[in-house]
Structures are given as C-alpha cells and as structure tokens.
Design a protein around this ligand. Structure first.
Ligand code: FBP
Length: 550
C-alpha cells in the first residue's frame, strides 16, 4: 500500500508511556468503591463486580505471568488512536510474556458473536502503529446485550483459548462490557473483560476518566478547519458561516472548538435546555449579533452548532417525542402519497403546542423530522441539518428587521457539517501516547487477573511520564437511567456542566468574541514534530479543568 511521507515517519514514532509503565509494574489497590448513584440497585445487579477497589500501577519488581490469549473488539464510531490502543495492548502483552497472543474480532462486537476474527501478529500491528481509523479489524454498532450473544462469545473464546476480552468503546459499550464481565464471573467461565474509554464525543468522562480518546485529535482537526474558515471570513468579509459539529447529545466538541478558535457564536445545547430556550430565542440571539456586527460594517462571522441541539430545545424535544410515538411503525402514515398529505396527517394528530412548533418550522426540516427514522422508529436527530434551519430562520428575521429599517447589513451564509473529517485523522501525539498507554494498562489488568475494570490514565495535563495509570471498576461509573421505557444500569453520560470551568470560560469571553473586535484564533493543523508545547498540547477543556488556563 502506498504511504504518504507523514505516514512513513509516524510508523516509527514511539508513543510516550507513564513512568510507572516503563519498567516492571506492581499494583496498588485502594479502598472499596461505590457507584456514582443508585448504589443498592447497582450492587444487586452486579454482585460480583460491585465495590472493587481502584487500581494504580507503580514501578516494582519483575514478576512472571502465565501466558494468556486475549481478544480485542472495537465498538461504535471511529476515534483517532484506536490502533494505538491495540498496539499498546499487543506490546504490553508481549512484554509480560512473549507467548501471549492477541486476536482481533472483526467488524465490532458482532465478530465475537459470529466468530469472525484474525490473530494480530507483529507484522499486522506494525502496519497500523500511530495511524487513524479502525480498519485494522473494523468496528460495528451491534450491542452486546443478550445472553445468547454472551454464550456465543464463550464458545469462540474456548476454541481460541482466550482468557480475556478488551472492549474499546463508548459509554454504552463499556456498560455492556461490565454486564459481560459480571455474566462471565457468574458462569465461572474464566473470561475476563476490560474496557477502554473511546469516543470523539468526549461524553465518557468522570472523576477517574479525564477524557475519552479521540476527542483531542478530532477537536484539533475541526478547530483547524474552523480557524481556516474564520481567516477566510475575515479576509473576504462577506459570509456568515454556520458550522454544525458532530458529538451526539453532548456539546463538548463544540465547546472545545470554541475554546480553540474563538468564534463569534457557539451554541451549547445544555445551556439551551437549562434556560428553557425556544428555537426563536436561539434565532434572536444570533440575529442580535449579526445586526450588531453589521452596524460596525462587519457582514461576516462564525456560528458553531452542536449536533444534538434540536433535542435540547424543550419544545422541540416534546414535538420529537410526540412524532416518535405517532410515527413508529405507522402503516397509515407510510401509506400516504404526498408530503402535503403527510404534513396534514401529522398536524391533525399533534397536541396544539407541538402543532404550532411543527407549523413554524421550515417545510424541509419538518419533513426531515417525519421521514428519517432509525430502526426503532425514532427520529434520527443527527441527520437534521440544524445549520440550514438556523440560517433560514435568521435570514427570515433579518428580512423583517430590514423592512422595519432596523438592519441595513447584508446576510450571505454558508453552511458546514464537520464530523467524518476528524474521526479517522492521524492521532495527535496526545492521543497516540494516551491510547498506547491505555492499551498497555489493559494488558497489565489482564495479566493480573482483573475483570470489570476500565483501563485508566490520569493527570493528562502533565508530561506523559507523569501520567497515572491503572484501572477503574466500571460499576463505579454507573447509575440507573430510563432506556427504551425501562430502568437500566448504565455508565453516567457526561454532558457539558454549566458550572464547570470550560463552559464558565466560554461564558466569560463570548461577548467579546461576538463583538466588532473580531478575536478569532487560527489553531492551524495538528503538529506531530517540533516543540513539545506545540506538539503535545492537550485540549483546552483539559487545561482549563486542571487550572492550567485561568
Ligand atoms: P460513538 O463514539 O458514540 O460511537 O459516536 C461517535 C459519532 O461520531 C457521533 O459523534 C456521531 O453522532 C455518530 O458517531 C455518527 O454515527 P455513524 O458513524 O453511524 O454515522
């Protein structure tokens, strides 16, 4: 396969490890832990994996470990650094015992269920060191939730002599990893399960997991693009750019990109919900900034919009819930021929409040809300082009103001959606090092016989040598939440905290970023070689959270 010069150079990059992982490692175990909430319920549901201690790795004496075979699974959306988790796991296992073997299940969790796998040898691993993507074994979104799936897993693990499975995934996949660990302990089948925190969305984080991997690289790629757009906007001075950013429900990506690039406006879904804002409130806020900048002769700007916004507008949330109930597997609706008939059908069945919201929406968006549905019959919120919706509504409002003589500017807009551009980027040094360390930590947890743990690496704003590696019991991160109508034990999803330092930083600065003294920052592309303060920099979210930026 032909490689770019950067790919060739990155193949020989040696990821940095925390000091405690560089030589021989011993475990230091803390006190018993408890779940973040709903302790009694979680304890009852996880009698074997509840309350286990936190684990920290320390430098120690050499120790010999019996050989183990291990299986690894990539689960869910791609995130930069996945290949380094696998190479760290491979190197760690080989160092602990050269007879250890690593198998990769193909295409995500379904590989375990359907017995599709390859053995990951040194030759294969070397091809993928420090590269983006999940293509070494592929990923998938099959959920490991049912006992027949777990039992299929036992069959293949027995066949291959696998004693441990590493699941690299987001909050849901790690929740399932914990359920699997508990099930295998109950069955006494001798298969350990270890999780690794992956997702560009940044919503798998808590006291012990400072960030999920991939968030750093993805945000740096999007911030570079936003910076480039801002430089263009500031040069041409004629367009307003509306930029939607991936990230599912949480606004961490939009917030981090705003902290890096200082756009004129950054909407945070969690704030919209907390302030009970309507779509019109959001539009009016944008209009105010557009008008004020136009008065200063600046008919350009940038607006960052988190992917999940629409779900956080309380009135929209209600409308979507009503549509989900009404349209899930609704044959009567599906039999209607024209868009107009469908629109009338929906209007007739909505509550008066939701009918008004629905009627006020631009027709294209209203149509999207009724057409694009997932296999459960729910609206696929991430497919809704909120950036276009906002542009249309802002333009309408500005036209009214123009008619009233309250706005004299020009509004020309361009819309963007950034997501796939960053999910498979070559991992930044931060993600390359962090992921390699996570994989390495997983290899030690396995060799020490642990199960139901997530590999953890903390103190991430310090140089890599000072990072603290260990394991966190997954039950510690759990609470009970309603999913598909029933209460389930799940890892608590981390949305943007409005009293958290990163949001507070945005809130304190956004007025000055919006006004006529354009304060854009142009982050530029990820740097892999050069001074450490440029190449090894963590996200601004982490730096602000750790008090490194005031
Ligand atoms: P996960 O890490 O939770 O799997 O999601 C990552 C993500 O990129 C989201 O930001 C986005 O909404 C979703 O995946 C897109 O999914 P798909 O890859 O199926 O298009």
């Amino acid at each position: 396969m032909k490689k770019s010069p950067l790919q060739i150079a990155r193949a020989s990059y040696q990821p940095k490890l925390p000091k405690a992982l560089q030589g021989n490692v011993v475990l230091s175990e803390g006190h018993a832990t408890q779940s973040v909430a709903d302790q009694e319920e979680i304890k009852n549901l996880f009698p074997n994996t509840y309350g286990m201690p936190l684990i920290q790795f320390k430098e120690g004496e050499a120790k010999s470990y019996p050989a183990v075979n291990v299986g690894v699974i990539l689960s869910g959306g791609q995130a930069p650094g996945g290949h380094n988790v696998i190479s760290g796991l491979f190197d760690g296992l080989k160092k602990l015992n050269p007879a250890n073997r690593l198998y990769g299940f193909l295409g995500g969790p379904s590989g375990l269920i359907d017995h599709k796998y390859i053995e990951l040898t040194a030759d294969i691993i070397d091809e993928y060191r420090n590269t983006g993507g999940f293509d070494i074994i592929g990923s998938g979104r099959t959920k490991l939730e049912e006992t027949w799936q777990f039992d299929n897993g036992i069959t293949i693990c027995k066949e291959l002599g696998i004693k441990a499975i590493v699941i690299i995934g987001g909050d849901d996949s790690n929740t399932n990893a914990c359920v699997l660990a508990e099930y295998y302990l109950q069955k006494q089948c001798g298969i350990q399960v270890i999780g690794c925190p992956k997702t560009i969305d940044g919503d798998l984080k808590n006291e012990m997991i400072e960030t999920s991997f991939g968030f750093d690289t993805a945000c740096k790629v999007y911030s570079e693009l936003i910076g480039n757009i801002q430089r263009d906007a500031n040069s041409a001075k004629k367009y307003w750019h509306f930029i939607r950013l991936m990230g599912r429900s949480a606004s961490h990506i939009a917030l981090e990109c705003a902290l890096q690039s200082q756009p004129n406006i950054c909407i945070i879904s969690e704030e919209v919900e907390a302030k009970n804002m309507t779509l019109n409130d959001i539009v009016n806020d944008i209009v105010k900034v557009v008008v004020a900048r136009a008065e200063a002769g600046l008919n350009f700007g940038t607006v960052l919009i988190p992917e999940g916004l629409i779900e956080f507008i309380p009135a929209m949330k209600k409308l979507i819930a009503e549509l989900n109930d009404m349209l899930a597997h609704n044959e009567e609706f599906n039999a209607l021929d024209t868009d107009d008939e469908k629109r009338q059908y929906v209007k007739a069945k909505l509550t008066p409040e939701s009918r008004t919201v629905y009627s006020d929406l631009p027709k294209g968006i209203a149509r999207q809300l009724t057409l694009d549905r997932d296999p459960h019959g729910n609206v696929q919120v991430s497919l809704i082009e909120t950036e276009k919706l906002l542009i249309e509504m802002v333009a309408k409002q500005l036209a009214i103001l123009k008619g009233e003589g309250k706005y004299k500017g020009k509004f020309a807009s361009i819309n963007h959606f950034f997501g796939y551009e960053g999910r498979c980027a070559i991992p930044s040094n931060f993600d390359a090092d962090y992921c390699y360390s996570l994989g390495y930590a997983a290899s030690i947890l396995i060799s020490e016989g642990k199960t139901g743990y997530m590999a953890s690496v903390r103190n991430l704003t310090a140089p890599a040598a000072e990072w603290i590696a260990g394991g966190v019991p997954i039950t510690m991160m759990m609470n009970m939440e309603k999913r598909h109508g029933a209460m389930k034990p799940v890892i608590q999803k981390a949305l943007v905290k409005l009293d958290g330092k990163p949001f507070q930083y945005l809130a304190a600065h956004r007025e000055s970023w919006a006004d006529a003294n354009t304060s854009y920052v142009y982050p530029g592309p990820i740097q892999y070689y050069g001074p450490s303060e440029v190449c090894d920099l963590p996200t601004r979210t982490l730096l602000i959270e750790h008090g490194k930026i005031g």
